[in-house]
Design a protein. Structure first.
Length: 267
C-alpha cells in the first residue's frame, strides 16, 4: 500500500498562479488515478498582486477568466471577488453536475515583508483580504457542491475523496510555535494565517455534520516565496508530502492542523 496516491473525483485548487499552486496542480495530475475534474483558480487574474518570478502562467491581464488545458476543465478566478467566485461555482456545477465537488484546496496566499515597527493597516488589510476572507468566501460559495459530494451514494466516513476543504496555512500562523521570529516577523502574514486556522476550526464545527472534512495544512514553504529560496523544503518535496497527507486524513483529523511531513501542529 502507499502507492495508490490520492484518488478524488473532482478538485478545485485556488492560487494556481504561484509556485506551490502550480506544483500541487502538477502533483494532482501525476497521481496514479488523477482527478476526473480538476479546476484551477488564479489568485489574481488582473496582476494586481506581485507574482513570484516565473508566475506568468496565469490569465492574461484584464480578463477574469481563462481556460487552461492543464486538466479536463480549468477556470481561473479571483477568490477575493464574490462575483468571480459565483462564476466559478457556475462553471464547476456545469461540469460536475449532481456529483458535486469532492475537494476544495484553498491555496491563495500573499504577503508583505514587514516588522512590527513597519507594519501598516494597508498591509494588514490586503493580506487578510486574500489569505483569510478569500478562503472564507470560497468555502461558503462551494458548500452546496461539497454537500452534494458528501451525500453521493456509497460515501461514508470522512476523507478528501468524499468531501473536504483543505486550507493551506503556515506554521508562521501558529501562536504556540512562534516559528522563525528572528528571520521574518511579517506580522500581517502571521495574523492572516492565525485567523485562517480559526476559520478552519469554524468550518470543521459547522460543516462536519454534513460529512465535510476541514483541515489546515502547513506546506513547509511560505507562499508566495521571497527571493529564490522556498524555505526549508522544495516545492516538489512539499507537494509530495501534502498529497500523501491528504490520503491519510479522516474523521479524527477534522478541525486539526498538520504539516507537509504528516505531523500534527499546535494552534
Amino acid at each position: 500500500a502507499g502507492m495508490e496516491g490520492l484518488s478524488v473525483g473532482s478538485v478545485l485548487l485556488t492560487g494556481c498562479d504561484g509556485a506551490l499552486g502550480l506544483g500541487l496542480l502538477r502533483g494532482l495530475l501525476e497521481q496514479p488515478s488523477p482527478p476526473r475534474r480538476l479546476f484551477a483558480a488564479c489568485l489574481d487574474p488582473q496582476g494586481k498582486v506581485g507574482r513570484p518570478p516565473g508566475g506568468e502562467r496565469g490569465a492574461s491581464p484584464g480578463t477574469g477568466w481563462e481556460t487552461q488545458s492543464l486538466g479536463p476543465s480549468c477556470p481561473l478566478a479571483d477568490v477575493t471577488d464574490p462575483n468571480s467566485i459565483k462564476a466559478a461555482v457556475r462553471k464547476v456545477r456545469e461540469k460536475v453536475g449532481s456529483t458535486g465537488l469532492n475537494l476544495l484546496i484553498n491555496n491563495t496566499g500573499t504577503t508583505r515583508h514587514s516588522t512590527l515597527a513597519t507594519e501598516t493597516a494597508e498591509n494588514m488589510t490586503l493580506v487578510y483580504t486574500t489569505n483569510t476572507i478569500g478562503p472564507l468566501q470560497t468555502s461558503q460559495a462551494f458548500l452546496p457542491l461539497l454537500k452534494e459530494a458528501a451525500e453521493a451514494e456509497g460515501q461514508h466516513g470522512m476523507s478528501c475523496s468524499r468531501a473536504a476543504i483543505i486550507n493551506i496555512s503556515s506554521i508562521l500562523g501558529s501562536i504556540e510555535a512562534t516559528e522563525a521570529w528572528g528571520e521574518r516577523q511579517d506580522v500581517c502574514y502571521r495574523c492572516s494565517k492565525a485567523a485562517l486556522n480559526m476559520l478552519t476550526k469554524c468550518l470543521a464545527l459547522e460543516y462536519g455534520g454534513s460529512g465535510i472534512l476541514c483541515v489546515s495544512v502547513d506546506p513547509g514553504c511560505v507562499t508566495p516565496p521571497f527571493g529564490q529560496g522556498m524555505g526549508p523544503v522544495t516545492v516538489e518535496e512539499s507537494v509530495r508530502g501534502v498529497l500523501r497527507l491528504l490520503t491519510k486524513l479522516s474523521a479524527t483529523s477534522n478541525g486539526t492542523f498538520w504539516d507537509w511531513r504528516g505531523q500534527s501542529l499546535p494552534w
